[in-house]
Design a protein around this ligand. Sequence first.
Ligand SMILES: NC(=O)c1ccc[n+]([C@@H]2O[C@H](COP(=O)([O-])OP(=O)(O)OC[C@H]3O[C@@H](n4cnc5c(N)ncnc54)[C@H](O)[C@@H]3O)[C@@H](O)[C@H]2O)c1
Length: 301
Amino acid sequence: MICKDRVVIVTGAGRGLGRAHALEFARQGAKVVVNDLGVSRDGSGDQTEGPAAEVVAEIRAMGGEAVASPHDIATDDGAKALVQLAVETFGRLDVLVNNAGFLRDRMLINLGEDEWDAVMRVHLKGHFLPLKHAGQYWRAESKAGRQPDARIINTSSGAGLLGSVGQGNYSAAKAGIVGLTLVASAELGRYGVTVNAIAPAARTRMTEEVFAATMAKPGEDEFDAMAPENVSPTVVWLGSPLAADVTGRVFELEGGKITVMEGFRHGPTVDKGERWDPADVDTAVRDLLAKSATPEPVYGA
Ligand SMILES: NC(=O)c1ccc[n+]([C@@H]2O[C@H](COP(=O)([O-])OP(=O)(O)OC[C@H]3O[C@@H](n4cnc5c(N)ncnc54)[C@H](O)[C@@H]3O)[C@@H](O)[C@H]2O)c1
């Protein structure tokens, strides 16, 4: 019960990874706001409260406390109402898990402006707005003398960290989420808020086509490495009081594996102390590249 009585929002918690996080938070004693618009895999289609309501029913059936949120997290009103719902229902907010999103995959030269905008909106704006409103709540708490022990867990992706062919919009949004995580970690620390990101891999409707071969379900007694439930224990730990000193980090989570991702850092440098002649840059940069680590390949390249 490492999250006993903590109040947790999970966005996009009606299905897949978000659902698994919500259920594990509830098992660990948290009260959960289950947010989901109930949209299709590409974000289109009628919105329905069905998936969020089902997860709420599952949590209540196990003796836990939960409430459904039908808010669109990529709108200012929706994100604000989501945070208000947590505070009005359970009296406080301790953890925000930004997870909701969808895909519109296409090679860059075929990618439409609407497909770019929709994916940037749901992932990048859909992380920023709940983060902003939760942050405002925690700042007010801190100023009122009730220093929070609060957490934000963002959802990036291997696509955002290494790149993924056919997912230029998604990779850009997920890389943006890493930048957002670093800045939020630095800005919100003074209010008692840690901010970390995960890059998960699991079998959900988002990935079942892409990874069909590698994600096949194993036999009954074998470890199902691609089950979404494998990602949740680290998310719940990040949301718990135990992880108070961990912030600004990115963790890749898949099966039984937990990996700390090491991002950009200054590599080999040369300083001439004056402006370079463009022709001399060739030798200088080749020398630096020879001394630097080779980037990991882009997924699907
Ligand atoms: N499954 C993977 O292997 C994988 C890998 C890397 C990153 N991710 C990320 O993990 C997160 C969860 O993905 P998943 O695989 O569980 O997908 P999923 O499609 O099963 O779940 C996403 C949920 O988000 C909801 N949603 C979409 N737009 C919303 C909005 N505007 N407001 C509220 N809810 C909304 C959907 O209704 C859906 O239930 C996503 O951010 C995804 O990009 C997943």
